[in-house]
Design a protein around this ligand. Sequence first.
Ligand code: HSE
Length: 405
Amino acid sequence: MVKIAIIGFGVVGSGVYEVLRKNASDITANANTEIDIKYILDIRDFSSHSESHLFVNDVNTIINDSEIEIVVETMGGVEPANSFTRSCLKSGKSVVTSNKELVATYGDELFKLAKENGCKYLYEASVGGGIPIIRPLSKCLAANRIDKIAGILNGTTNYILTRMFNDNASFESALSEAQEKGYAEKDPTADVEGLDTGKKICILSSMINGEKIDFKDVHTEGITKITTEDTEYATKFGSAIKLIGLCERLGDKYSVVVAPMLVGNDSPLYGVDDVFNGIMVSGNMLGDALFYGRGAGKLPTASAVVADVIDIAKNKSDKFIEPWTESKTDVLVPYEEIKTSMYVRVETQDASNAIKFIEKEFGNGIKCEIGCGEFAFITPADTISTINNKLSLIPGTVLSKLMVL
Ligand code: HSE
């Protein structure tokens, strides 16, 4: 038997409890041992819970109990999850987490601590919720050099963009609907400003780089400026608009960026709609693979957490290998030097003159979609700085600019 504790009984933590109770016999068979919840830490009152005897409110009860081998951290946020995780690892307890913010911010330090103390720090649920992505990247695709990861990594923004694209909803009304359905938080900043996607793509990028790629160095744009005009033009260009976390290998450097992008209807990501996530991974031996499914939600995310618990319980003698270390080399291509095509929407009173300018700067034969007092086009691929320099001279006002995946 392996005794565990759950820290944080919110959506994911209570989901972990539910998964362990509902699937107990399958889990025992898969882990080759019984997983026993000894404590649940939460400062709220759970005295009416059917297993109220499990609840404690002092983390030291867990840290000082030598019977506890695995701690599930489902608190979210950096503190106090960070301090609690460090204390658990220092006392030789493995920790399993769904906390992308903590993994993206301090993962390198926590992995090192786990290694030094002969335990493990696993994080499958931190990216893609219930979709297997961390273990496939580190194990199944280990024979590949990963050249590119492009992911729709946030369910809330994908829901909003899908409503805007399919039903012509405005950003504001799609957001309200997402809040009503419980997808978006009351304060939706982390989702709609791309911060959540940013943490997730940094985790995946750090894994393939082997050194930390820091979120604070990554160009991050959200979806708040996308309009229904943009989604209409995107349709005309045979594309959808998706919030993409992108990591692309360029020699020994990486371009990592989070931004709403035009995704063509020939891309597997084009059809990833509603709250679903899709992560496209390109390996130099495999080619492209798409990981698709529910990237958020109580039970899908909890099932990924429990899978990590099972892994530790079953493979106690496995050595823990740090997925990445601290950052030692500057590997990021500056945003302005990233090469991409750009969708551009321009307001002008003189479309024919502006289009002449565009043909001179970007080449003849560029397809323009004309609207009322405005038009849109897609540039050939070039560095963002070169495209921006050319656009600064355009006879008109640039209303939107989006990368093309
Ligand atoms: N708010 C996130 C989403 C939850 O909408 O995808 C999962 O990280």
